[in-house]
Design a protein around this ligand. Structure first.
Ligand code: SF4
Length: 315
């Protein structure tokens, strides 16, 4: 094997609007989660559970991070995210503390917030610089309908966990609100969600909507950018709305110039970029095809890893 072999737990780094250049760490096999959200972009949850386990050996994850670090690559954030709920992994706090100990990087935990009612999960989450939780429901029935959680997980537990985390966590707490047409987008529903979010006292609220319908086997429709902007003011702090392009597609429809500008900053691994964009590798290759044909972008293989870069980087 070469020194720069493909990674098993790391993906990216990929540019993120909020986190800068973010190296993802995926602690779970596809797809272990506490929920089976109708809007999930990864697909159906295959292991729906509240049972915390060391799904991947923590030592192996840390060793892989060290291998990546030794290679001299750059990132602003190391972000626990990926194929399910990262707090289901019993070693996620050890990973955060290890990365923090490396000194150079900020850390983010992108969680659905469903296990924050457990004190040990909150203690470990507090090792991150940024924690994101999701609140897209306003009562038990809407929580069950949208998130289809594992048995034993209730809306009350989710909210109690989010409030307790805020009381104990001095870092940046972000709340993501996923709005779906016909599920939670009526003004009175959004106001009820906003009221609950206000009680959590987040540092930021990110409004979002589904970009690819029916990935989790349920037809769901996105909310328009106009509607997201209308309701942003219901929240405190005001909800941030993602950048939409064209027909309301926030991701995957960047202009050619935007693609080239991104790729000029950092060559990226094809699969990781596709995942970050919410596309399949084939879709991404189709999208980049004209840029490749025009000689602006190169898709090549480097030590067993398929990389995308702008031509000016490598000539
Ligand atoms: S919590 Fe996240 S990973 Fe889990 S089912 Fe919902 S959207 Fe998918």
């Amino acid at each position: 094997m070469t020194h720069r072999q493909a990674y098993r737990y790391l993906f990216g780094p990929v540019p993120s609007r909020r986190l800068g250049l973010s190296l993802g760490v995926d602690l779970n096999p596809v797809k272990v989660c506490t929920e089976n959200c109708v809007f999930c972009q990864i697909g159906q949850t295959t292991e729906l559970t509240l049972a915390r386990r060391e799904w991947a050996p923590t030592a192996d994850v840390i060793a892989e991070f060290e291998r990546w670090r030794a290679g001299g690559a750059a990132a602003d954030f190391i972000t626990l995210a990926g194929s399910g709920e990262p707090t289901l992994h019993t070693g996620f706090g050890d990973v955060l503390r290890h990365v923090r100990g490396a000194g150079k990087y900020k850390t983010a935990l992108l969680s659905n917030g469903s296990l924050m009612w457990l004190p040990e999960v909150r203690r470990d989450a507090a090792a991150a610089d940024v924690v994101k939780v999701t609140i897209s429901a306003w009562d038990e029935a809407s929580f069950q309908r949208i998130h289809r959680p594992a048995a034993g997980l209730t809306f009350e537990k989710l909210m109690a966990g989010a409030r307790a985390l805020r009381n104990e966590f001095a870092g940046q707490l972000w709340v993501e609100v996923m709005l779906l047409r016909g599920y939670n987008d009526l003004p009175e529903q959004v106001r009820a969600i906003a009221e609950l979010v206000r009680g959590v006292r987040p540092d930021a609220v990110h409004l979002n909507t589904v970009m690819r319908p029916a990935q989790a086997g349920v037809p769901v429709a996105r909310v328009s950018e106009a509607r997201l902007r209308e309701v942003a003011g219901f929240f405190e702090p005001a909800g941030e709305v993602p950048e939409f392009h064209g027909e309301g597609q926030a991701r995957g429809t960047r202009s050619d110039d935007e693609w080239v500008a991104w790729l000029a900053r950092h060559p990226m691994e094809l699969g990781a970029l596709a995942q970050a964009e919410g596309m399949s590798v084939a879709e991404l290759e189709r999208r980049l095809g004209p840029l490749v044909a025009a000689g602006k972008v190169v898709v090549g293989e480097r030590e067993g890893v398929r990389m995308v870069r702008v031509r000016s980087v490598d000539g």
